[in-house]
Design a protein around this ligand. Structure first.
Ligand code: FEO
Length: 169
């Protein structure tokens, strides 16, 4: 990739997506341990999605003649105070990712790399969907106060989520 500033930033985002995957897999383990298999499934699918996001960056860097450099992935947290706290952490994390994507778009525009700008638009749209789907679960959890029969119903609902691979970039 001729633009080394962008190449470095895209590699950093690849790492951020890997971390997201790791974080959600850690949450999946937390939910499994808490006996909430539907929540665990939802998080596991979320982790798969994040891995596919990372691979989009991986493929794009290669496609542009850049060099993928894999760095250490930070260890995620392992415990949360409650299912509600975990879902709130997901929303917070996704907001951070949205900001990272927006910064990347700004950088692509600044560097006049139109192809990267177009590549990133998929992620701009994806972030709207991601925040929306987390918000949906969060609203329901808040409604039932995170306990009782409602939890059973939400858990059942979240057990139906399946991973659908995104179109290649
Ligand atoms: Fe890859 Fe949830 O952002």
């Amino acid at each position: 990739m001729s633009n080394k500033v962008l190449e470095k930033a895209l590699n950093e985002q690849l790492n951020a997506e890997m971390y997201s995957s790791y974080l959600y897999l850690s949450m999946s383990a937390y939910f499994s341990d808490a006996g909430l298999s539907g929540f665990a499934n939802w998080m596991r699918v979320q982790a798969q999605e994040e891995l596919s996001h990372a691979m989009k960056f991986y493929d794009y860097i290669n496609e542009r003649g850049g060099r993928v450099i894999l760095k250490q992935i930070d260890a995620p947290e392992t415990e949360w105070e409650s299912p509600l706290a975990a879902m709130e952490a997901v929303l917070e994390h996704e907001k951070k990712v949205t900001a990272l994507i927006n910064d990347l778009v700004d950088l692509a525009i600044k560097e006049k790399d139109h192809a990267t700008n177009i590549f990133l638009q998929w992620f701009v749209t994806e972030q709207v969907e991601e925040e929306d789907s987390v918000n949906e679960v969060l609203s329901k959890l808040k409604l039932i106060g995170g306990e009782g029969n409602g939890m059973f119903i939400i858990d059942k609902e979240l057990s139906t989520r399946v991973f659908t691979p995104a179109e290649p970039a």
